[in-house]
Design a protein around this ligand. Sequence first.
Ligand SMILES: [Zn+2]
Length: 240
Amino acid sequence: MRTIISKLWEYQQTLLEIARLNRELKTYPESIKSLEKEVASIEKKLNQTKSQLDDNLDAQKKRGEYLELCKRNLEKFESDLMEVTNQKDYSAVLNEIDYAKREIHNTEEELLKLLEDIENNKKEIEQLSELLSSKQDELEGALETFKSTNQEQIKRRNELLEVKKSLEEEIPVKYLKRFYEIAKRRNGIGVATVEKETCSACHMKIRPQKINEMRKHPDTLYFCEHCQRILVILPDSEEQ
Ligand SMILES: [Zn+2]
């Protein structure tokens, strides 16, 4: 038979479970948080690489144009060389030719380096895109699982709220009032069980005489002398 006190115990356990579920429903799992961080950092890296690629392509175009210009200049200076008549002009044109050749050489080197960078950028973009899409799938799956777990928790919480309601109808108000007065001061634990002649909340000894009394009057409120909580002897613990 369920005594009023044992219902009060059930009531407390229900409240604790509801509170636990509320906490869980509020916390976003660490695994999802870290996946979100990973996705964000891959996206950032991908965007950086894409913008590097744009810059490199732009530089490639400009350096390519400059190379063409240098080549045209070289041709022009080489044909000028045929027409100069004095030594001074001759060495001036030779200087121009030297300069154009150096520029052509340097620009060709730059273009090779750019080509290599562009290839690397493209490779990296491909790898990052693949990684991003797989991480996004992983995140989506984790969110899906989280949502369905949440729904289970919400369902469980609703069931417990029903249990809470029906216990509130069964337990006399004065018991509930007393419970809340104590629970408020004692971290939500207003009822403690008697286990091996000990209070389950403060672990202090309970006099055997009191335990006998409790057994005789199962619906009377008895309190732990040490922590002042309501004491209950549960059918299970009585068997011990
Ligand atoms: Zn106690």
